[in-house]
Design a protein around this ligand. Structure first.
Ligand code: SAM
Length: 258
């Protein structure tokens, strides 16, 4: 178990895998031969610190009173921790990630946290804006779909279209330089949806002078600006665990014309 927490009267339990570099045991990875499973997908089974920043500084603080009934999409959600907290606070969330992460991490966490009396409280005011296939978690609801940033969004739409969102969340989604372009393209596609949803993003800068592998905030924000977006840095938070990177930046990104 990764964490248990109580949000708005709802007990949430998030399951996954501890990432412990001192552990000598090599765990057998049952997803290893899945087609959509890449090294990137390996990161989707734990809660990263930028998710805690998303939960504490965005969902339980800046957006707390605006989540009731809002249609939210989370990108690269991993364990779905932020999405489940948003749902407990009344949002209707579509949780997205690579297919192997949706199947192995997101769906088990949604099912585990579904309200016990799910069928009896389906007529709450938030139901009308719930995504297809949603389960009740707290006051809101949660559904899931696979959404790979390497593929055109339109080609991945089945029951739900993530472009039909009021709000987008992304916590610690971009850590490699090669992810910047596809991630920004996906975000901009969603932001151009009918409601021009803003994106709340937490980003952990792991770039160093010696390596060109890890994404830095300058390149990421520059890519958003080239795509006609405004980047507003709302806060910079010194993380508790300093071994896994630098400051966590919290930003609000919108289409410049919206
Ligand atoms: C560092 S983890 C962050 C997980 C979660 N948001 C958190 O903060 O705890 C990065 C997430 O991005 C997802 N991801 C990586 N490449 C992706 C891609 N091409 N399309 C969609 N999701 C991707 C991974 O599967 C993983 O869940």
């Amino acid at each position: 178990m990764l964490c248990t927490t109580r949000v708005n009267g709802k007990d949430l339990t998030i399951k996954g895998r501890e990432l412990n570099p001192e552990d000598d045991d090599v765990e057998v990875d049952i997803n290893f031969f899945e087609q959509s499973y890449s090294p990137a997908g390996l990161t989707g089974f734990t809660i990263w610190e930028a998710s805690w920043v998303m939960v504490r500084n965005v969902l339980q603080d800046r957006l707390k009173d605006k989540l009731q009934g809002a249609r939210v999409v989370e990108l690269g959600a991993g364990t779905a921790f932020s999405s489940l907290v948003a749902s407990a606070l009344g949002a209707n969330v579509l949780v997205t990630d690579l297919e192997a992460v949706v199947m192995g991490s997101i769906l088990p966490n949604i099912i585990y946290n579904e309200n016990e009396n799910s069928t009896t409280d389906i007529n709450t005011p938030t139901s009308s804006s719930a995504w297809q296939g949603s389960r009740r978690v707290g006051e809101g609801s949660v559904s899931a779909m696979s959404l790979d940033w390497m593929t055109d969004v339109a080609l991945q739409v089945i029951d739900n279209d993530p472009r039909d969102a009021d709000l987008i969340l992304a916590a610690d989604t971009v850590w490699l330089c090669e992810l910047i372009e596809p991630f920004v393209t996906t975000c901009v596609t969603l932001m151009k949806g009918p409601k021009n949803p803003p994106l709340y993003m937490t980003f952990r800068d792991r770039s160093t002078d010696k390596s060109t592998v890890f994404a830095g905030s300058d390149e990421l924000f520059e890519c958003f600006r080239r795509n006609n977006c405004e980047v507003n840095v709302l806060d910079k938070i010194d993380p508790e665990d300093k071994r896994k990177g630098g400051l966590v930046t919290l930003c609000l990104i919108k289409l410049a014309s919206s």
